[in-house]
Ligand binder design. Structure first.
Ligand code: ADP
Length: 264
């Protein structure tokens, strides 16, 4: 299955010559246990259900883009083995292009053990971030940029990162981080049930409330879903306000279901 560097080539554009969206970043194996309520430390309980899911931020965003009908490609590292076989088959099932996967000769595919609480919809993630080498600038140089209309690394600020820097809300994070990015950049920050905020290239502030589902079921990948839906809308020429609202709508739907099937 591993494709050598010489074997890598850019995919043809999507149907009707449509340019693709490329997401660069993590793919991992998520082993997800759905529990009735979050267990106490050192307890021994049964879960309601358990599943393997292809996870990782960029990989999840590709899943959502594919479900939204956008031709997309994933770029990140994998190492041959059982986990990679599962992941590659799942990318294929979703129609996500994997010709830019950097197959590494050594290292292990990262694995995340995730506990999703049916009582609250919360997700608790423990990621084993292995020694797998990252994608390099050299890998990226092989990408034919003319095939892509949007390339996603990190632009978006997640709530976790914002809180790590000491911010207590999305507007506070945007205000604090704005001076640290290039003038004219757009900054977007999602904040769970508070929805999302953004600051546009001209300094305009934009907000969307969240769209809470009837029952909060599974918030694992809500941020990745939000990012993908915002990218989908912005890359189709929609305004920042429209994109933020669309992102919150699709992410809200995701929070009401297990996994991603059913967000559209
Ligand atoms: P992450 O997965 O990075 O922790 P967030 O929790 O910030 O992502 O959520 C991303 C988006 O998902 C939010 O902007 C919101 O639209 C939606 N979302 C997340 N949690 C909830 C919730 N409890 N109720 C409604 N919407 C939510």
């Amino acid at each position: 299955m591993a494709a050598g560097a010489a074997g890598r080539r850019d995919p043809e554009p999507g149907p009707a010559g449509e340019k693709r969206i490329l997401c660069v970043g993590l793919v991992c194996l998520d082993i997800i246990s759905v529990v009735e309520a979050y267990p106490a430390e050192d307890s021994d309980t049964r879960c309601v259900s358990q599943r393997w899911q292809r996870g990782g931020n960029a990989s999840n965003s590709c899943t959502v883009l594919a479900l939204l009908g956008a031709p997309c490609a994933f770029m990140g590292s994998l190492a041959p083995g059982l986990a990679a076989d599962f992941i590659a088959a799942d990318f294929q099932r979703r129609g996500v292009d994997v010709s830019h996967v950097a197959w590494q000769p050594r290292g292990d595919v990262p694995c995340a053990c995730c506990v999703v609480s049916a009582a609250s919809g919360s997700r608790t993630i423990v990621l084993y971030d292995t020694n797998l080498p990252e994608v390099t600038a050299r890998d990226f140089e092989r990408v034919d940029l003319s095939q892509y209309k949007w390339i996603h690394w990190e632009v978006f600020i997640s709530k976790d990162v914002a809180q790590h820097f000491g911010y207590r809300s999305a507007p506070e994070a945007l205000q604090g981080l704005r001076s640290r990015v290039q003038p004219g950049a757009t900054l977007i920050c999602a904040w769970a049930e508070a929805g999302a905020d953004a600051v546009g290239p001209g300094g305009e502030l934009v907000h969307s409330d969240a769209f809470p589902p009837e029952t909060l079921v599974d918030t694992l990948g809500a941020g990745d879903t939000f990012n993908a839906a915002v990218i989908f809308a912005l890359s189709a020429g929609r305004s920042l306000q429209d994109a933020l609202t669309f992102g919150c709508q699709i992410a809200g739907r995701k929070c009401g279901i297990q996994g991603f099937d059913g967000i559209v």
